[in-house]
Write a protein that binds this ligand. Structure first.
Ligand code: SAM
Ligand code: DTB
Ligand code: SF4
Length: 314
């Protein structure tokens, strides 16, 4: 890292990816142990508060109205439904609750409903996160007012690869919403998806892009593409699992104080790969049988895995 500018260069991040695997994991472990309890993991439950029918054309997404997938459109959940899901998540041991909506961005009446949800979920003692798409002037402030802890908005891929994946918005639109979130004083949750046909260099670029945000995002979800039939990215060559672990390690080393979240794609991973991700510095998972529209390991299986590894929820 350039200690004057505090910036990570792309060759430097690529250098991390190219380390012998043991050296990379050792570095990631050292950094992780400096800032976190290495055996603690945050359990986060995700609920889709509005599903399908999205006007955007993200090539990975089951919820775009432009792709023919098996996902059925559903109107926004009621406050009662969201609260019931949040209570169940808390009773199962989750400490964080993330609400996702298939919107390009929220309309004012949508946002009014979401702010009510945020208030109610927070009253249960859960950390709150929302991911609602692009925000207009003043909307982040309303979410902050309601007590929202984190806003999730991913850069998704490297700048150079972006237009291969999405055409209905650009990288600048993403960065613009992120700066609104930051200005409103909400913690930033910003990460990416890998396994979308990008090169290793592009993975290094996207890690550098995340790490060079100032301040760094407090929360960094790393998703492995869940391939959904009917989406343009269905059938892409899957990413080698050890390369996924390397991506987690690079995120941990470059963003030492951030929560690095092993996000989508866990259902397709062996327990050993997941254990390597924890060793590489991931300290949060999605917990509960469903992500937004796709599957996630069963709660009992995750509990058993954490037990086997001697890890505890935090
Ligand atoms: N519509 C909003 C947006 O796109 O910002 C919020 C919800 S969107 C589904 C949240 C994030 O989920 C996306 O930015 C993407 O990173 C991730 N995601 C969506 N579909 C995925 C898939 N099939 N595999 C992995 N991650 C996915
Ligand atoms: C994030 O980075 N991953 C989550 C959350 N933020 C909203 C979403 C994963 C979605 C996986 C595909 C699906 O279930 O539709
Ligand atoms: Fe819409 Fe978000 Fe899916 Fe893109 S990722 S199609 S914006 S729901």
């Amino acid at each position: 890292m350039d200690t004057v500018s505090n910036k990570w260069g792309i060759p430097e991040v690529l250098g991390l990816f190219e380390l012998p695997f043991s050296d990379l994991i050792y570095r990631a472990q050292c950094v992780h142990r400096e800032h976190f309890d290495p055996n603690g993991i945050q359990l986060s439950t995700l609920v889709s508060i509005k599903t399908g029918g999205c006007s955007e054309d993200c090539g990975y997404c089951s919820q775009s109205a432009r792709h023919e997938t098996a996902v059925e459109n559903q109107p926004m959940l009621s406050l009662e439904e969201v609260l019931a899901a949040a209570k169940a998540a808390r009773d199962n041991g989750a400490s964080r609750f993330c609400m996702g909506a298939a919107w390009r961005g929220p309309k004012q009446k949508d946002l009014d409903a979401v702010t009510e949800m945020v208030r109610a979920v927070r009253e249960l003692g859960l950390e709150t996160c929302a991911t609602l798409g692009m925000l207009k002037e003043g909307q982040a402030e309303q979410l902050k007012e309601a007590g929202l802890d984190y806003y999730n908005h991913n850069i998704d891929t490297s700048r150079r690869h972006y237009e291969e994946i999405i055409s209905t918005r650009d990288y600048g639109d993403r960065l613009d919403t992120l700066s609104k979130v930051r200005r409103a004083g909400i913690n930033v949750c910003c990460g990416a998806i890998v396994g979308m046909g990008e090169t290793r260099e592009m993975r290094a670029e996207l890690i550098a892009e995340l790490a060079n945000q100032f301040p760094q995002p407090e929360s960094v979800p790393i998703n492995n593409l869940v391939q959904v039939e009917g989406t343009p990215l269905y059938g892409t060559d899957p990413l080698d699992h050890l390369e996924f672990v390397r991506t987690i390690a690079a995120a941990r080393i470059t963003m030492p104080k951030s929560f690095v979240r092993l996000s989508a794609g866990r259902q397709q991973m062996s327990e050993s790969t997941q254990a390597l991700c924890f060793l590489a510095g991931a300290n949060s998972i999605f917990y509960g049988e469903k992500l937004l529209t796709t599957g996630n390991p069963e709660v009992e299986r995750d509990r058993a895995l954490l037990d086997k590894l001697g890890m505890h929820a935090m």
